[in-house]
Design a protein around this ligand. Sequence first.
Ligand code: AMP
Ligand code: ZN
Ligand code: FE
Ligand code: FE
Length: 284
Amino acid sequence: MAEVDLHLHTTFSDGRLTPTQLIQLLASKDLKYVAVTDHDSTEGLPEALSAAKAFPAMTVIPGMELSTEAPGGECHILCYYVDPQDKELQQSLATFRGNRKDRGRLIVERLAALGMPVSWERVLALSDGGSVGRPHIARAMIERGYVATIQEAFDKYLGRNGPAYAERDKMTPQEGVALALKAGALPVLAHPTYVEGLDTLVPALKEAGLVGMEVYYKGYDQKQVGTLRRMAELYNLIPCGGSDYHATGEAGEVEPGLVGPPMSTMRRLEALKERRTTPQTGSR
Ligand code: AMP
Ligand code: ZN
Ligand code: FE
Ligand code: FE
């Protein structure tokens, strides 16, 4: 069991537990450090932080996960110690969530053209006011009997090369890193293997201000972890990670706390956060 899990979703994006339910589950697993990282949203953080007060042995890091687009594919940037009060950040996030809705509607239109109509209102209801994502559409498809699982919906229709896939406007990863830094957050590359061209992307993002990359992630075997750990060392990036838990309820989902970075990662993240928030004196 890991003591740290820095990648977790709630009902404020495409997770199925409310922030309170998630925090209670994490505390029951004796996790020491966790980060709540909804897609393009910080709206679940107040509830998560408030629920965490009941569990003083566990520290909750306010986070989020930005969706960006690199030449080699979709690239997610995790942001830790984000300030939800940052007005400029909230404006950007509101725009991204609007784009998510437009894109979702387009996917629903494509599904209808493929003979699989689902109701847009139902998709919105499933997203419950949070960031709309393809998993919500997948769930509406399951309800209509078109597919049996979220995985099947992605494999056959919603994945990047699927017939119902639609793009949306996204930032570049560099813009995502800049947005995080401007809001005082620490940007970390999520599930690095999902994007091609890491050997050029990682140094470019390091240059832009990336502070870490996921090394420990659901489904990564020892060889992948080893390769990513060496890459993190090479670029002096903090090795992060977590389960990317969504509580889908589907077979084989990795539970929170089963994969995560060591405590030394938390010490490095906390030290860096501290350095950035404490006014520097001339002698340092
Ligand atoms: P979206 O935010 O609409 O781009 O959807 C991204 C989310 O869908 C991810 O965070 C995962 O939860 C899920 N997802 C993405 N790709 C897949 C896949 N191939 N199989 C299952 N779930 C996926
Ligand atoms: Zn997700
Ligand atoms: Fe992601
Ligand atoms: Fe995620």
